[in-house]
Ligand binder design. Sequence first.
Ligand code: GDP
Length: 171
Amino acid sequence: GKGRTEVTVLVLGLDNSGKSTLLNTLRPQEQRAQYLGPTVANQQEQFSSGGVSFTAWDVSGAPRHRALWERHYRRAHAVIFVVDSADHLRLVVAREELELMLAHPDMFGRRIPLLVFANKCDSPHALAPMQIAAALCLERVTDKPWHICASNALSGAGLADGVAWLARQIR
Ligand code: GDP
């Protein structure tokens, strides 16, 4: 909304979906890390740029860590959900985690934008965004504006389009 100075974006997804890589690519050039470790379940990845604060969590972490990221739901202005488009086996797990997040009392019914990155679109076995959307049952999400975008977190392809959509929703 008007006059908002800090926007908090939660970046959620299973381990290995590409959250750390994505955040690193979104970082201003001079802040980029040369060597990346994956997002650790109980440790958040965070950076701010142009008044937008991004915080990433592995939702596939141990259940005991769940409270750690759920605590951030209330102050989130947007959610980015990252999916590995080539990880066919764990699409069901990703859908279950997405559903849990959307049904949480601090999320359900709030009109905050949900951006899904169908990441690793460069992978030879990647499913198309339409297929990912179907597997995640995104059409059932009616309380939030949502958008799905193919992305390659390594090259950055698709990231700007997705983030531009988010920015339009938040403004
Ligand atoms: P996280 O656990 O969600 O933080 O995932 P990472 O960012 O650590 O990425 C997991 C692995 O996938 C790493 O080896 C990345 O280099 C790789 N990766 C991330 N994004 C992409 C992508 O878009 N395409 C390909 N081919 N590999 C990717």
